[in-house]
Design a protein around this ligand. Structure first.
Ligand code: SF4
Length: 402
């Protein structure tokens, strides 16, 4: 089915779904109120966002150099680094490390979604569990994440209770509070964390200079995914590379702030497998954390997008999701508009980068052109202008009949 037709069919259904509309509206209203308040309380965040923009521009102007530096640094820290040209290569690399018949715990990663990693690893006979609560609910529902950082934004507490009851067999009678549901899921996932063979995470940023992966979170699941299993695999788009560890921390801080969750509960820094120097002060790898760390850097259209003056601007994106919260179209469609993994205004552009302009350009027609996304983006991506250019490319294609 044509991507635009599919999106329209799904959106039509969602427009008639009162619970979906209410869930998205409530979450968007909270986020819209929270972010300006955070920025007012902590004025240095705006300057940090400008710094992140500058850092990202520097990296994108010399991306191959930074990829090389990051891979060398990761290797120096004892991690194994890979560069995957496309989604299928990335899946094969991860599958080669994981193997079959394993238990895998995943922390929320839009790059993993882009690669279809969970489904692929399951098809190879692995037991795979999402550990971010929202993402676990999406796994149980069999849908796609509805926001970059709040994937289950469309689910009411009643629907969550039903999913936990029906799909996990948890005792969740009607009227169970969200606190109690979180406690039950915590108990369920605890056993998965401790028995997992492999933990897979994304990355908010990777420091080229030190080979460090930085991950920001609130639930604490990333700490367990990246700390408990003997093998940790991180998958990240090549645009996540920044020059230094300090830059990487700035990305994490800005991402949390513009997502409306500031300060974040945790920022994790991972520089290779766990190590100790407690015997004769000699560094030995493999202490309490993973014995192996693998980092799969994913291109999948990103370096080609660098040659496009408009698509290349999207590569500065830190996936804070603020353009989604603010978009009047997204507030009704959530990520049903945008493509198979990404969604909203930024999602259409990411679909163009990772799956091709042809697939994304029709989806751009749903943009109203209000440009609210441009005004709120911390790294000043001209999203509405990129969408306008995608619409023009679509019209050209249609009028030429190709
Ligand atoms: S495009 Fe800008 S506002 Fe939207 S997710 Fe990316 S960084 Fe955030």
């Amino acid at each position: 089915m044509d991507p635009l037709e599919r999106a329209l069919r799904d959106i039509e259904r969602a427009l008639g779904d009162e619970a979906f509309q209410e869930g998205v509206k409530r979450a968007a209203r909270h986020a819209e109120e929270r972010v300006p308040h955070i920025l007012e309380e902590h004025p240095y965040l705006r300057e940090l966002a400008r710094e992140v923009r500058r850092v990202k521009e520097e990296v994108l102007s010399n991306l191959d150099h930074y990829i090389e530096e990051a891979m060398e640094s990761l290797g120096r820290m004892g991690a194994r680094a890979y560069l995957a040209g496309d989604a299928s290569e990335a899946r094969e690399i991860v599958a080669g490390i994981v193997g079959t018949g394993k238990t895998v715990v995943l922390s929320k990663s839009m790059t993993a979604e882009e690669l279809g990693l969970r489904e692929y690893l399951e098809s190879l006979g692995n037991e795979v569990w999402e550990t971010d609560l929202g993402q676990l609910l999406i796994q149980l529902e069999g849908g796609k994440p509805m926001h970059s950082v709040a994937p289950a934004v469309h689910l009411t507490r009643e629907r969550v209770a039903a999913l936990l009851r029906e799909k996990l067999g948890l005792r969740v009678p009607p009227g169970t509070s969200p606190e109690e549901m979180v406690r039950l899921v915590r108990g369920f996932l605890r056993e998965k964390f401790t028995s997992a063979d492999v933990g897979i995470s994304g990355a908010n940023a990777i420091a080229a200079e030190t080979g460090s992966i930085v991950l920001v979170e609130n639930e604490g699941n990333i700490r367990l995914v990246t700390g408990l299993p003997p093998v940790h695999i991180a998958v990240a788009g090549v645009e996540k590379i920044v020059p230094t560890l300090l830059d990487a921390l700035k990305v994490a801080i800005v991402q949390a702030a513009y997502d409306g969750l500031y300060p974040p509960n945790y920022i994790n820094v991972i520089s290779g497998p766990s190590a100790t120097a407690d015997i004769e002060h000699k560094r030995v790898r493999g202490a309490h954390g993973p014995l192996e760390v693998h980092v799969v850097l994913v291109d999948n259209g990103r370096r080609a997008a660098l040659r496009d003056p408009l698509l290349s601007e999207q590569l500065r994106c830190i996936r804070c999701g603020r353009c989604q919260w603010e978009c009047p179209v997204w507030q009704h469609t959530a990520n049903l508009w945008g493509g198979p993994s990404y969604g909203g205004p930024m999602g259409v552009v990411w679909t163009a980068i990772t799956r091709g302009v042809e697939e994304a350009s029709g989806l751009a027609l749903l943009c109203l052109g209000c440009a609210r996304c441009d005004y709120v983006c911390p790294v000043e991506i001209p999203i509405s202008r990129i969408l306008r250019s995608l619409k023009a490319r679509y019209s050209k294609r249609i009028t030429r009949g190709v």
